[in-house]
Design a protein around this ligand. Sequence first.
Ligand code: HPA
Length: 274
Amino acid sequence: MKEEYGGQLRAREIAGKIGGVETPVFGLVLGSGWGSVVQALRECKQFAYREIGMGECGVAGHAGNLVFGKLCNVPVVIQQGRFHLYEGREVSETVLPVAVMKELGVQSILLTNAAGGVNTEFRPGDLMLLTDHINFSGKNPLIGLRPSPGYPVFADMTKVYDGQMSQAIQDAAKKAGAVCRKGVYIQVPGPSYETPAEIRAFRGLGADAVGMSTVCEAIFAKYLHLRVAGVSCITNLGAGMEACEIRHEDVLQQSLKREKMFCELLQEFAKRYA
Ligand code: HPA
């Protein structure tokens, strides 16, 4: 019997509209403000989400394209723009690009995001390699899926983040001169930022950074037997940790400041991970 997983039909249909591309060695999901990382690609081929029936992307800082190309000669696919729960999307929509990557033959996926620092030692501009996560989104992408051979919905999440990928990221970060912390990411639904009491509570739960994406995608990728790694750009300290308010424009600005460094990190990662 052929293996099947939840959401496969739509993902397969979308993947079927993408032709003439080399199987990517890894997939990359870009966080807010890092969209122009695609400029580092050679032999680019771009598909607008609209063209391939993947919907529209509607948040500032998120374009809506799947971009194929070579990064230091390594074929990759970049999801330039993601779907968020806070836009009113279904969780199945937020993880659809992950399923499309699976259908395209991707075996490893690197998820990136902008996040607020919860750990008091973190500073804006630091990177954080995800070692684990807390799903505080209120959703789970596996709810309602039909269990199928090889794809149990009671999926094990003991080790979501891949050791080999994570090591390659750490080595690449060192080469790129980035401060790369490690820690636990907690996904909230958003779109409001947290209160200081929530930030204190999340710290008590063991979170080091907070954001509005990534965890549902990581759960779905793990369910699909993909290797997963995650990197947060700490764009601000959590609510109440600094005197100032948190503004989306400032979050984007801080990500942009780190874009060039992240580009270097990514190229170093591609060389190591190929
Ligand atoms: N909270 C939630 N999401 C975020 C933050 C934050 O402080 N910064 C960037 N994304």
